[in-house]
Design a protein around this ligand. Structure first.
Ligand SMILES: [Mg+2]
Length: 213
């Protein structure tokens, strides 16, 4: 495999804001008197905010109006944005910065393929924006993961063939999306999804771009 491009999911791969998401959804769940723990939160990982609220409501067998739905979507995001406002370079997950620098020095192109509508904000907070030639986020796709659109758009914007790109993912929906798109998928950090991907690594420290270039 000749690797010319690396496509990264954001949450759980480059930075871990899963706990921020959990606390924000927990606040919404409490408001609706829906029982919600880290265990239920697993079902929300990697899917869009709108789909997450749908799943949450289904869990609690709660029905609400469209207006209330829209208001809760905004409220969740405000809670989350407030909680991630102090993210900085120290929050970048181990091995990520070294890999980005290494890949950049070898002329390998890099993109973000994330469901998050806050991807650009987070990358700015982390000081990583300039590493990426393409940032495909939740604002730019019609079909969220597990649809492959986000990764196909990323490869397309990089001007690369799918066969020359590796996707890094930590969530089931993202791995499914990348596999459907025909990509080689490296599962990072989440042992629960290890056997679903092309390869599993405990952290980015375990990935050496030279093994693929
Ligand atoms: Mg993720």
């Amino acid at each position: 495999m000749t690797i010319k491009g690396l496509i990264f999911d954001l949450d759980g791969v480059i930075v871990n804001t899963e706990h921020n998401h959990f606390l924000s959804w927990k606040a919404i769940a409490d408001k609706l008197s829906i029982s919600f723990t880290e265990r239920e939160n697993e079902q929300l990982k990697g899917i869009s905010r709108i789909d997450s609220l749908k799943v949450l409501l289904k869990m609690g067998k709660v029905e609400i109006s469209t207006n209330d739905f829209d208001a809760l979507i905004l409220e969740k995001n405000e809670h989350y944005l407030a909680s991630i406002a102090d993210l900085s370079e120290k929050d970048i997950l181990p091995g990520v910065k070294v890999l980005l620098e290494d890949a950049q020095s070898k002329g390998i192109k890099m993109a973000i393929g994330s469901s998050s509508k806050n991807a650009r904000f987070i990358l700015n907070q982390l000081g990583l924006t300039d590493y990426f030639e393409a940032i495909i986020d939740g604002n730019g796709v019609a079909h969220p993961k597990p649809h492959p659109e986000v990764f196909l758009n990323a490869a397309n914007e990089l001007g690369l063939e799918i066969a020359n790109c590796i996707v890094f993912e930590d969530a089931e929906s993202g791995i499914e999306a990348a596999l459907k798109g025909g990509f080689y998928v490296v599962a990072v950090g989440n042992p629960h999804v290890a056997d679903q991907a092309s390869e599993f690594i405990p952290s980015m420290l375990d990935f050496n771009v030279e093994d693929y270039a």
